[in-house]
Design a protein around this ligand. Structure first.
Ligand SMILES: [Zn+2]
Length: 355
């Protein structure tokens, strides 16, 4: 009789002790397709839980104690899985930021295990926005070539072709600042870039030089002070069409905002330089490049604080060879293909170097 009372008490103790009747997480399983990643927790019995989602972690709070049968092995999704001291809260620490996590439970029924399933997106696919700016237009014809070609027609022709090629890649939205022979102030061009949330801004031009032998492509990024006389003179020429002058920064900025603007600018200039380097790499293979291909000038059209911007002078209308090339379809094709390749490589690089 005594024994059986003890036995009953023992059973009651067993039933009331969470320690001894904890649920067991038997396996962690991982799967993915191109868009969605999935983590499955196999559990020996049905459980109830709540969860909290963070940028790089998920907390699952069980209504009773749990234990983990097999520790997590190295994998590409998670840094660690931690069970807190109370043995009720499981924390999954992810290696990368997770997007739109969806957490749900599948009952055991006829399966071997109950399952907690966590689905999340690798990344949110947003098309990059490229703004292409065909220089000049309307009453502002830009440079006039030795064959009387007008810069404004060349920049528009390449701009349209480039838009077609970049869009066919599928990963980008392309906006032209002008798609017709119209006059646009420089300020309006950067405004279009800002309003369309451009990821990069590329302004297309063709240059001229009193020295008729000067030829080749050159690339410009913004500098507060033009780096040499030539660049400064070019900046003056290209800026001339803007009646409003340079894009002004607010003059009421405090020291702190000035520092912030300076930092943004530096980061943007950095990215602009990377874009230029990718462009030079592409052009190098099959194009004529001006010596010191990458130059710095104070172009108003490049003065967008937070959009990496590059101005491409596609050749010299003052040079016989260049001037022929600049109206040649196959040259337009080549230069557009190179720009597209550079854009793709630039964004791959950006992606690799962001968290
Ligand atoms: Zn121009």
């Amino acid at each position: 009789m005594k024994v059986s009372i003890k036995f009953v008490l023992y059973i009651i103790f067993l039933l009331s002790s969470n320690e001894l009747i904890s649920s067991e997480i038997v396996n962690f399983r991982f799967g993915s397709n191109s868009d969605i990643k999935r983590i499955v927790l196999d559990i020996n019995e049905d459980v109830t839980f709540s969860n909290k989602k963070f940028k790089k972690k998920i907390e699952i709070r069980f209504d009773k104690n749990v234990s983990i049968k097999n520790a997590l092995k190295n994998n590409e999704y998670l840094n660690s899985i931690e069970l807190d001291e109370s043995k009720t809260t499981l924390t999954l620490n992810f290696k990368n930021v997770i997007h739109n996590p969806n957490i749900y439970f599948l009952k055991k029924k006829n399966n071997k295990y109950s399952r907690i399933v966590i689905d999340y997106l690798r990344k949110i696919e947003k098309k990059k926005v490229i703004v292409i700016d065909p220089g000049h237009g309307g009453k502002d014809s830009g440079a006039v070539g030795v064959r009387k070609q007008l810069e404004k027609h060349i920049t528009l022709a390449v701009g349209r072709l480039l838009k077609k090629k970049i869009e066919s890649n599928g990963k980008f939205d392309v906006i032209l600042t002008r798609n017709r022979d119209i006059f646009l102030k420089l300020r309006e061009r950067t405004k279009i870039a800002k309003q369309s949330n451009a990821d990069i801004f590329i302004s297309l031009h063709a240059d001229y030089n009193r020295n008729k032998r000067t030829r080749g492509i050159s690339l410009y990024t913004l500098s507060e002070k033009a780096s040499d006389k030539e660049a400064a003179a070019l900046a003056r020429r290209e800026n001339k069409s803007d009646f409003l002058g340079n894009v002004d920064l607010s003059d009421e900025t405090s020291e702190v905002t000035n520092i912030l603007i300076d930092l943004t600018k530096r980061e943007t200039l950095n990215q602009s330089s990377h874009l230029v380097n990718f462009l030079i790499k592409e052009f190098k293979n099959d194009m004529n490049l001006l010596q010191r291909t990458h130059r710095f000038a104070g172009f108003a059209v490049l003065k967008s604080l937070d959009i990496p911007s590059v101005l491409i002078e596609m050749g010299y209308l003052s040079n016989k060879h260049d001037s022929k090339l600049l109206t040649d379809k196959s040259y337009h094709n080549k230069i557009s293909d190179d720009i597209l390749n550079a854009i793709v490589k630039y964004f791959n690089w950006i992606e690799k170097n962001s968290i």
